[in-house]
Design a protein around this ligand. Structure first.
Ligand code: DX5
Ligand code: ZN
Length: 216
């Protein structure tokens, strides 16, 4: 089973979003990755639930919503309807993680949690049995086009070990700085899928890139 690919539109021209998501579908992407930023949890501001909802009619691909927002427990609901997976940051809700996961599941959606490169993975231990996916950040959240943090490989090994020793089945997605040069190493350390942003948008042959990564 190769790596699944979820395409981040963060660095794309938002005025062309219909063409961008349709191109990603045609290129064989697994999902569309929506980077929601509120200007508080991360400095930039991107888009809200309506932007994602308006794009729902343009593609059949599942929507993978990455909430880089403060207080996701108070802002979650509008994102539930049009997302297939909703991922929030541990750093934004250290004390009501299980409740948030439960609310996402009650809406019939997959629940993910994301951690910054500096966040200790053992903090996720109690929640791993509840999660569908862990979004492991390869970069500090908030911007596309960054170089992957070398620490990601050791973190993947730790998280894979936590999954294996717990007999758990959550998926591991790496987000940030992924390209065709590092994807194989990420897979080798335990990644099941990757977010592709800049590497995809800059690729001269998007379909070939997705084919290549999907065969790893
Ligand atoms: C960064 C976002 C990532 C980013 C990935 O905060 O969460 O999804 O858009 O983009 P690249 O692949 O350019 O690092
Ligand atoms: Zn993201």
């Amino acid at each position: 089973m190769g790596l699944y690919t979820t395409i981040s539109v963060l660095s794309s021209d938002f005025s062309e979003i219909k063409a961008t998501v349709q191109e990603a579908e045609a290129a064989g992407a697994t999902m569309i990755h929506w980077d929601v930023m509120d200007g508080l949890f991360v400095p930039d501001l991107t888009f809200g639930a309506k932007f994602i909802a308006d794009c729902r009619k343009h593609t059949v691909l599942p929507f993978d919503t990455h909430l880089m927002i403060s207080s996701p427990n108070t802002k979650l609901d509008p994102f539930l309807e049009n997302s297939d997976t909703v991922t929030f940051h541990y750093e934004a809700v250290p004390d009501n993680v299980a409740d948030l996961i439960s609310r996402i599941h009650s809406a019939g959606k997959k629940a993910g949690i994301s951690v910054k490169p500096s966040t200790e993975l053992h903090l996720l231990q109690p929640y791993l049995p509840l999660l569908d996916t862990v979004l492991l950040m390869g970069v500090e959240p908030g911007r596309g086009g960054q170089l992957i943090d070398r620490g990601i490989y050791g973190r993947l090994e730790i998280l894979s070990q936590m999954r294996c020793s717990g007999g758990l089945s959550f998926q591991i997605t790496v987000d940030g700085g992924v390209d065709s040069d590092n994807a194989a190493a990420l897979k080798g350390k335990g990644a099941d899928g990757v977010v592709l942003g800049t590497a995809y948008l800059k690729s001269p042959d998007k379909k070939k890139l997705i084919d290549t990564v999907s065969r790893i």
